[in-house]
Ligand binder design. Sequence first.
Ligand SMILES: *Cc1c(COP(=O)(O)O)cnc(C)c1O
Length: 457
Amino acid sequence: MTQMTPPASGAPAGSAGSARIAAAVRQAVADGILGEEQPVVGFVDTDGVRESVAALRDAFPVMPGTLHCFAAKAASLIPVLRLLADCGMGCEVASPGELRLALDAGFAPADIVLDSPAKTREEIGLALTLGVAVNADSFDELRRIDGLRTPGSASVLGIRVNPQVGSGSIGEMSTATATSKFGVALRDEGAREAVVRAFAARPWLTRLHAHVGSQGCSLELIARGVAETYELAEEINGSLRRQQVTSIDIGGGLPVNFTDDTVRPSYAAYVAALREAVPGLFDGRYALVTEFGRSLLAKNGFIGALVEYTKDAGGRRIALTHAGAHTATRTVFMPDAWPLRVGAFDAQGRPGTGPLMVQDIAGPCCFAGDVLAHGRELPELREGDFVVLYDTGAYYFSTPWAYNSLPRPAVYGFSHGTDGERVRFAPVRDAQSLDSIAAESGLAHADALTGPGATAI
Ligand SMILES: *Cc1c(COP(=O)(O)O)cnc(C)c1O
């Protein structure tokens, strides 16, 4: 199912990313941010985020109307979104909750794009009132927009197409397969003509959108999907004899290397692949929208977790940590598709140096499969040590799962400052309190099934 090579074991050696993380772990343990009181914490490297945004901007040519959006689902934390807004990014959202976060983070409505395959009338109405861009996922949704749109709405409106160029290495992450639930399936009989007719009937429809997949898709596959979308834009404008399609939203999906510190493929490599596959994309006739998530944040975040106990079972050493399926859901349930590098650190937060030993790194959840890494060779972990899960800045601690009523872990941003001497931390999200867990578990309705009112049911 996946061609991903297994990650190198042990704490990765030497490179800039690892050195920064090692300094942050050391300081977080010294400051008491990571330890017995907070046994699992997510961290965001704010300098790294700024550098990644700069790399994205540098790779793409400067063209009028270009809008680089961050896909909110990759790191749905208001301070992180505000950092990205501060870097000049827009925001791609896919639910009422994400739209709310984007607005609270300070994105201007004109810099927000609403995608999702199941928008309600209310969501569409709000987006149109605010002037948020909307990409319709289907002709039915386009008909809803027809009914809700008022003339003069500031929203840029588009339609998502599925170029059906095929699957990457992780089927669950591939959105351009023949039977994907996303967009208008372009190669289905009559679909292309129907898209052209939809534009002909709606002069306000000006954008085409495609997002080929997230992780596991090669640059060539993504570029082919963009090429198909571009060809369709040319076909629409050609047959209508006017430039009605004025922008192309090419989605996100640049894969992330989870096996070591190097950033590959780079945004520059992606742009080179696009230039090769779709030369006309950069000639200035179309404004470009991008929606990257994982590639901007994954390598700029990590999870630190305390080793609560160790034990031996059936000849295997197991480290029981506080990072489990609630913070690394995909890795626990699909370990072959989503392997993570794990680093071993001592009780002072220094990289482990002891002899290597084969160990399982397990989490606190009460089901047997809650193991983050199986049979990994790492310096021997002991009670009070720490593990680091690398490359978890996107879709991990920001996307927790409430299993076992485990709290959402605290998240901190960190920076090395201009002097590069001392790592400084800023709280991004507090750890969830027990009161909050009780409230989210129906405390306000505690008597609903047993009290006097319960006779009603
Ligand atoms: C998830 C998603 C993205 C971001 O994907 P990444 O792989 O994180 O870059 C962009 N656009 C849409 C429509 C998405 O669903």
